[in-house]
Design a protein around this ligand. Structure first.
Ligand SMILES: *[C@@H]1O[C@H](CO)[C@@H](O)[C@H](O)[C@H]1NC(C)=O
Ligand SMILES: *[C@@H]1O[C@H](CO)[C@@H](O)[C@H](O)[C@H]1NC(C)=O
Length: 427
């Protein structure tokens, strides 16, 4: 402080001298202005930000943070590059509120698949953008009209680069095609929380919501209870939102148990690490079953909101293996009855649990043929209505501890228009 004061006095003296001296170059004045800015304005700004937070730019830009010391902490993407996240600081009354969002992007199903993924942004941080302006709508929006509940929260968009829903835990890399591949998703989560707490001020958090979509929505269900153990005593409200993460353990349209078998392989290959005593005890001899949402959901203690379509586009095309084109073209065949049947089973899996009905939990189950509604499309966030309210409305009620749960979803018609909810995008 003393040194700063002396420099300031010196600067003021110099400036007075410069102004009193005719013919002094503009350069000197601008140097002085810059020095004064560095000395005075910047620290004041920093102090202001630290106290009150700062509104973001209109685009709601998020900035990349790569995790430091990733080699020591093991927070590594498939290719061994450091993991990271995009960040936007909270402001106003959102200063100590945190939305930690886990990105999705499917899984890599075997060693070769993971090797190929390690060359892409879903397996390596080498090509990640420094800033992103595409995290500016729906639940990420910094506009209070678009996103009344989260607009000014700290936004952490955790990049997905481990291939197994932030769950892998293999100490040593494996070698594929002569290159090292890392399975460290769980370490990525651990190191991310640490960095947020001690590098970004999450140690002062009062409200934390863990959320995620698709593979990140599954990760949210898998790790919600564990994540809470990592938060500090300042946190008064902790909740979790899973968007489109409820992938069923089921055979496909052709009768092949494709998805269950590939996920079992991922579980073993990545030595998936799930902290869920209830689920693990229920599935003593088949612990890989805890890698499925349906077995995890019933055991979650964290207040959880499930946002899912019971005709989810990814589930239908990849897990059921029914192609998009098959649906409208086959009005008289088995596809629509099959999908209706699957949709009923999904509703049963969810509604035959205490989790679905618990007062602290909520859910928005709809019938749109979409995936990641609420984090990808405006229609899924605020346009689609169930009983007159959008996902955004239900989430707002749930956040304020009010009843926020849709009822049994409608069923597709056997002929046109198939879709039973007129607010969904047409099939
Ligand atoms: C992280 O790296 C910095 C230097 O980059 C080093 O000073 C520090 O000790 C490291 N921390 C850990 C936990 O390894
Ligand atoms: C998925 O469907 C296609 C076309 O109907 C079929 O050829 C393929 O074998 C199916 N895949 C699996 C894993 O059953």
């Amino acid at each position: 402080m003393k040194r700063k004061m002396r420099r300031l006095v010196g600067l003021v003296a110099l400036a007075t001298l410069a102004l009193a001296t005719p013919g002094v170059e503009a350069q000197l004045l601008s140097d002085l202005a810059e020095a004064a800015e560095n000395l005075l304005v910047r620290p004041l700004e920093a102090a202001w930000d630290a106290t009150f937070g700062k509104a973001p730019d209109a685009a709601g830009t998020v900035y990349l943070e790569l995790l430091p010391n990733a080699t020591e902490t093991g927070a590594l993407c498939l290719d061994g590059s450091p993991a990271g996240y995009w960040f936007r600081k909270g402001w106003g009354d959102g200063k100590d509120k945190w939305l930690v969002f886990l990105e999705g992007g499917g899984w890599c199903f075997n060693e070769q698949d993971c090797y190929e993924r390690s060359k892409t942004i879903l397996g390596s941080s080498k090509q990640w953008a420094q800033t992103r302006s595409d995290r500016s709508s729906q639940i990420f929006s910094a506009d209070p009209k678009e996103n009344p509940d989260f607009y000014n929260w700290n936004l952490v968009d955790v990049a997905y680069c481990d291939g197994a829903s932030f769950s892998g835990n293999v100490a040593e890399p494996i070698t594929v095609n002569g290159e090292e591949i890392y399975f460290r998703g769980k370490n990525i989560l651990e190191a991310t929380v640490w960095h947020l707490k001690y590098g970004k001020g999450m140690t002062f958090a009062t409200d934390v919501v863990l959320a995620g979509c698709s593979a990140g929505g599954l990760a949210t269900l898998l790790h919600a209870d564990w994540f809470e153990t990592r938060l500090g005593p300042s946190v008064k409200n902790y909740k979790a939102i899973s968007f489109s993460g409820f992938f069923p353990d089921t055979p496909n349209f052709q009768g092949e148990p494709w998805y269950p078998s590939v996920m079992k392989y991922v579980y073993e290959m990545q030595q998936v690490d799930i902290h869920s005593p209830g689920c693990l005890a229920d599935n003593m001899n088949e612990q890989y079953k805890c890698f499925f949402a349906q077995n995890q959901y019933r055991h979650i203690k964290t207040p959880v909101f499930l946002a899912n379509s019971v005709y989810d586009m990814y589930t239908i095309s990849v897990i059921y293996n029914v192609s998009q084109q098959t649906i409208p073209e086959n009005e008289n065949n088995l596809v629509v009855p099959y999908l209706n049947d699957k949709s009923r089973s999904l509703w049963d899996l969810i509604s035959w649990t205490g989790t679905w009905w618990a007062g602290k939990n909520g859910g928005f189950l709809h019938t749109c043929f979409t995936h990641c509604a609420g984090c990808l499309t405006d229609s899924g966030w605020s346009g689609v209505k169930v009983d007159g309210m959008s996902l955004r409305d239900y989430l707002g009620l749930w956040l304020r501890n009010q009843v926020a749960r849709t009822r049994e979803p409608c069923v597709y018609t056997l002929g046109e228009p198939f879709q039973c909810n007129p607010t969904c995008p047409p099939l």
